[in-house]
Design a protein around this ligand. Structure first.
Ligand code: EPU
Length: 336
């Protein structure tokens, strides 16, 4: 493993923040990790995949590893399923396309999510009615404490809404090496998320296919979400807060336009984008930090914004939503 010094991370984070890492090393196998000098592990500050869910607020004074483990393999199949193992460093959307080409179903709703395969379980990526946990089978992760590789089953990962054991209990402890998904040979369509059905109708799709669903999702995403290669961003900056049905009804009484969707276990997920828009932030820009004009949940870097400027803006948004609605937003993006 080649350790480089004082490397700009600008091209490695989708916000396009120009912060540098004191030490930087890409790796493409578990064996390479084992060769790293043991003294280096305590200096590890960050493991990057696609860098699409991170905000760098300053220089990283330590070691940054970049996961470049590749490979997609069909490891097993039965009558109904294929078990597909992918290297954590694979690009997520390229992986989805690979599956679509082979008619392996289950990830079509997750088309065009930026980032790497390894980031999928880290935050249980989700979109348009599907979450990674719905197709997850197992993963392999490297423990930086004992330098051994462990398998994690679906239960072990403790997936929640944009949550997993790797974001909480095992934060900064495991490096995800590979992810195995259990995909369907026969599609189980999930088009219940309103916008998909509308888009399919607009596309004039006759027979439903996973390719058509993927295309609909891509159209919806590109119409609202900025392309990180053109406008720095990390997708939704905040989570949609979950409240009880009772609380939702109370809020709805005071703010009749309040948008909420039933979530797991009777909770209601409030549309944070709606609340942020109501507070007047949509399309806001200060310097190069802003709130996206088409999706208020997405903060953007118009070019030269610092991580601190984006963070300060997020703090103001958080405070104003709290003052107006009494609801506390939680950041989805990892802050460094
Ligand atoms: N809304 C507004 N104003 C806005 C944005 C949204 O009023 O500026 C309202 C919309 O009208 C809609 C509701 O909020 O009624 C929900 O909006 P949308 O369908 O765009 O989805 P979201 O809740 O803002 C979530 C995920 C996205 C995912 C989409 C689709 C989170 C934090 N975000 O966004 O995930 O793509 O649903 O499933 O759960 C991500 O995590 O980075 C991400 C992009």
């Amino acid at each position: 493993m080649q350790i480089q010094q004082n490397i700009s991370l600008k091209k490695y984070n989708s916000f396009g923040i120009d912060a540098s890492a004191k030490y930087f090393a890409p790796f493409s196998s578990n064996e390479e990790l084992l060769k790293l000098d043991r003294d280096r592990w305590p200096t590890l500050r960050l493991v990057l995949g696609g860098g699409s869910n991170i905000l760098l607020r300053g220089e990283v004074d330590g070691l940054v590893l970049k996961n470049e483990i590749r490979g997609i393999d069909l490891i097993r199949e039965d009558e109904n399923y294929v078990f597909i193992k992918a290297g954590a460093g694979e690009n997520w959307h390229q992986f989805v396309l690979y599956c679509l080409q082979r008619n392996w179903a289950g990830v079509e709703n997750l088309s065009l999510i930026p980032g790497s395969v390894g980031a999928g379980p880290m935050q249980n990526i989700g979109a348009y009615g599907v979450e990674l946990k719905d197709v997850f089978y197992e993963l392999e992760a490297f423990d930086i404490r004992d330098l051994k590789v462990y398998n994690f089953s679906l239960n072990d990962c403790a997936f929640g809404y944009r949550e997993s054991v790797f974001k909480k209990r095992y934060r900064d402890r495991f490096i995800i090496l590979s992810v195995t998904l259990r995909l369907y040979k026969k599609p189980r369509f999930n088009t219940s998320y309103g916008a998909i059905q509308e888009e399919l109708t607009r596309m004039g799709v006759a027979g439903l296919s996973i390719q058509a669903v993927s295309e609909a999702v891509i159209r919806i995403r590109t119409s609202k979400l900025p392309d990180p290669s053109r406008l720095g961003n990390a997708g939704s900056f905040f989570k949609n807060p979950q409240v009880t049905e009772e609380k939702f009804n109370e809020l709805k009484n005071v703010f009749p336009g309040m948008v909420g969707h039933p979530g797991p276990s009777g909770q209601v997920k409030l549309a944070a984008g709606w609340m942020i828009e109501q507070c007047g932030w949509k399309g806001f820009r200060r310097g190069d930090a802003g709130c996206h004009e088409k999706q208020a949940l997405v903060l953007v870097n118009f070019g030269q914004a610092s991580g601190q400027e984006i963070y300060s803006l997020s703090e103001e948004i958080l405070q104003s939503v709290k003052a107006r609605f009494g609801v506390e937003l939680e950041r989805e993006v990892n802050i460094l």
